[in-house]
Design a protein around this ligand. Structure first.
Ligand SMILES: *Cc1c(COP(=O)(O)O)cnc(C)c1O
Length: 394
């Protein structure tokens, strides 16, 4: 079903890769809503089960709609293999379960997504996997944190919510020198804006729930990388343990990839306009957006990324009260911790996503009481700006 032309550009891959037309001449990939597949004979069943003959057996293993999504995302990320998962967290769990063992050590950026930290702390540690956390932007910290038993570097860049940018190529060479697997969670930028595999990473993780869908409709995830580690080992774990993607969600996400390139560049344009507007407003302290020339890693972001992304964070002067006032004065934007949606969302990290960590840890992470995080959506940017200006200054 796949006939990928390697010369195709990213927009074309998002629309054409992974699936052409089927046996009925249908122009859109069907949802193969079936749990199992039938065989022509006992001999064919035996050949499928033994692996002698390729083909579908059971939808926990493979499903054509899910495979179309996997092939399209693999083409976009430039990976040999992709396996889709039930959620972004299932993608991270499956990668760890398939590629680590008791006694191994992970070095991870300390600004990780909250559930990723919970997964490491509450579920990986009891199975004997150690984890150290480092400042993502300081390569020396990664070097010093590495131990004899370090098997994985785990990075999110840009970080959430302060949009710190880590140097993927530099961390990739450190990982390679030490025979460490380098995993990058590419949820914030997607392959439309950043391709970690091309920069030397081994594995890319996605929460498809965010920008890959981009319309807040379903939960999904994916692991992308080489044929052996992802195509066999991670796939083998998912096939056995079962955190697979449903055909319906795969269909939603397959269609979503058709507009990924367009959407991501539109998110970037509006986020840039919004960040520049915030920058000049009275009552606003620091604005965190890699597209601003005063961002500490602006040069690195310009070189490493094809765009600066849709996430903007900023400090409202006057702490929690003033920040909440801005949130509560909005009439259009959605107050929710989700991100990567066509609809603009706003959250107060100190009392939501980062509410359960100690005040001291929050301060160390740079999450102040006046900080707001906005996922800039695809509404007219003038309307987004008007909505945020309501609670400012008066
Ligand atoms: C949301 C998110 C995840 C987890 O994805 P789910 O689909 O919610 O399981 C992982 N990493 C990052 C950076 C995220 O934003």
């Amino acid at each position: 079903m796949t006939d990928i032309d390697q010369e195709w550009g990213a927009a074309t891959l998002g629309i054409r890769a992974g699936w052409q037309s089927g046996s009925e001449g249908e122009h859109t990939c069907p949802i193969y809503a079936t749990s199992s597949f039938v065989f022509k004979s006992a001999a064919e069943a035996a050949a499928r089960f033994s692996g002698e003959q390729p083909g579908n057996i059971y939808s926990r293993f493979t499903n054509p709609t899910v495979q179309a999504f996997e092939a399209r995302l693999a083409a976009l990320e430039g990976g040999e293999a992709c396996v889709a998962t039930a959620s972004g967290m299932a993608a991270i769990l499956s990668t760890c379960m398939a590629l680590l063992k008791s006694g191994d050590h992970i070095v991870a950026s300390r600004t990780l997504f909250g559930s990723t930290i919970s997964l490491f702390e509450n579920y990986m540690k009891p199975f004997g996997v150690e984890v150290s956390y480092v400042n993502p932007t300081d390569v020396d910290e990664w070097r010093k944190a590495r131990q004899e038993n370090t098997r994985m570097f785990f990075l999110e860049t840009p970080s959430n919510p302060l949009t710190e940018i880590a140097d993927i190529a530099e961390l990739a060479s450190l990982a390679r020198e030490n025979d460490v697997l380098f995993v990058v969670d590419n949820c914030f930028l997607t392959p439309a804006l950043q391709k970690p595999l091309a920069l030397g990473a081994d594995i890319v993780i996605h929460s498809a729930t965010k920008y890959l869908d981009g319309q807040g409709r379903c939960i999904g995830g994916a692991v992308v990388g080489d044929a052996e580690r992802v195509g066999e080992k991670v796939f083998g774990f998912i096939r056995t343990a079962g955190p697979c993607m449903s055909p319906f969600n795969a269909w939603v996400l397959l269609k979503a990839l058709e507009t990924l390139e367009l959407r991501m560049h539109a998110h970037c344009r509006s986020a840039q306009t919004f960040a520049e507007w915030l920058h000049g407003q009275p009552g606003i302290g620091r604005v965190y957006y890699p597209g601003l020339s005063d961002h500490p890693q602006h040069a690195l972001a310009s070189a490493q990324q094809k765009g600066f992304g849709g996430i903007v964070a900023f400090e409202v002067e006057g702490g929690r009260e003033a920040a909440w006032k801005v949130v509560d004065a909005t009439r259009m934007v959605s107050i929710t911790a989700n991100l990567g949606d066509a609809r603009t969302t706003v959250t107060h990290p100190a009392t939501t996503t980062h509410g359960r960590i100690s005040a001291e840890a929050r301060q160390r992470a740079g999450i102040g009481e006046g900080l707001l995080r906005v996922s800039v959506g695809l509404e007219n940017v003038e309307d987004i700006i008007a909505d945020f200006s309501r609670g400012l200054g008066q």
